[in-house]
Design a protein around this ligand. Structure first.
Ligand SMILES: [Zn+2]
Length: 344
């Protein structure tokens, strides 16, 4: 880690991973972070929530180094400096300096409208307003532009990643927040250059990974249908949205290609981000190779793992899904999957 001052001016690339959950974003993040000039920051949209999560919540919010954000060598330094510059006590009031729409409603999920009704309602309003701003027909879009809280969130996030990149001495930071609205908030309002990676996974593999998490009492056939529809909805939306952005700002990557040809895939990604080429296979991982957990502040549990990074494609769906289930998935998700280059 560099000892350079956190305040030093720098303009790192802001790499945003967009996609549906369980599409391999953790693996992609870990592979990107093998580059010496790249640092993963996790699901940054959840940073304030992670700071707020303590012994009284479902789990304690931690950085992947194992520390609470303020005790972490990197985040602690970044957050304290921001607190001083902005005149806010982030340790006591994590949501006083916002970087996304995520608030305590995310902690309470299905009971949020009872536990934190005002925060829940505000989040709904913010989302609706941004949908109207981004997705309305061109002629009426400006009607909804009277209030844009996302501008401040993205500016704050730019400040955050710039400081983070300076502390870690890197040229690019990876935000794996994945949300399409959040992605546009960043794209249109960040003060640093933004590169979007649109990551997809074969609908059959993605639906299978959703089936592994069936809720009690939930019927498997119903979950196959709902997960397939969600796959189409989320990927279709992201695809429509990125297609409207300049081609130099986004790149579509398939999880399966990343696993079968990691070197070629990562080479094209580093080039897209504007970094020197780097051979990701040449980096040892796992405890014997000196595992580096980095400092990601939200996301999958794998980020805490000491195990060797497994780049092999998870193909369990081929054995686990029945012929009927496969037919159903292909019927629902087939058209979009083929458009995205999947051979179904
Ligand atoms: Zn840390």
């Amino acid at each position: 880690m560099s000892n350079r001052s956190v305040g030093q001016a720098q303009c790192p690339k802001y790499v945003y991973i967009a996609g549906r959950g369980h599409s391999g974003s953790t693996l992609l993040t870990l592979l990107l972070a093998r580059h010496p000039k790249v640092a993963a920051i996790g699901e940054l949209a959840n940073l304030s929530l992670q700071m707020a999560r303590d012994e009284s919540t479902r789990w304690v919010g931690r950085c992947s180094c194992g520390e609470r954000p303020f005790e972490c060598d990197v985040w602690g330094k970044v957050l304290r400096e921001i607190g001083e510059e902005e005149g806010v006590d982030l340790e006591k009031h994590p949501f006083s300096w916002k970087i996304s729409d995520v608030g305590m409603e995310e902690e309470f999920r299905h009971t949020a409208f009872i536990r934190v009704p005002l925060v829940w309602a505000r989040n709904r309003c913010w989302r609706l307003l941004r949908y109207l701003q981004y997705l309305s027909p061109a002629g009426i879009k400006q009607l909804f532009g009277f209030y844009k809280p996302q501008k401040t969130w993205a500016e704050n996030r730019s400040t955050l990643v710039t400081k983070f990149a300076t502390v870690c001495n890197v040229d690019a930071t990876i935000d794996a927040s994945k949300d399409p609205l959040d992605m546009l908030d960043i794209f249109y309002n960040a003060t640093v250059p933004v590169k979007i990676i649109f990551l997809t996974r074969d609908c059959r593999g993605n639906v299978w990974s959703m089936l592994k998490r069936l809720a009690a009492g939930e019927r498997r056939s119903e979950r196959v249908v709902s997960a397939s529809r969600e796959w189409v909805q989320v990927n279709g939306r992201i695809w429509r949205l990125v297609s409207d952005l300049p081609k130099s700002n986004w790149l579509h990557i398939r999880y399966e290609d990343m696993c079968s040809h990691p070197d070629e895939t990562m080479k094209s990604l580093f080039e897209f981000i504007g970094l020197d080429s780097f051979d990701v296979s040449g980096v040892p991982s796992g405890p014997e190779g000196g595992a580096d957990h980095g400092h990601t502040v939200g996301g999958n549990r794998i980020r805490f793992s000491n195990e060797k990074l497994n780049i092999r494609e998870d193909r369990a769906w081929r054995e686990k899904l029945t012929a009927e289930e496969l037919d159903l998935i292909v019927k629902i998700a087939g058209p979009l999957a083929r458009d995205l280059g999947y051979d179904l």
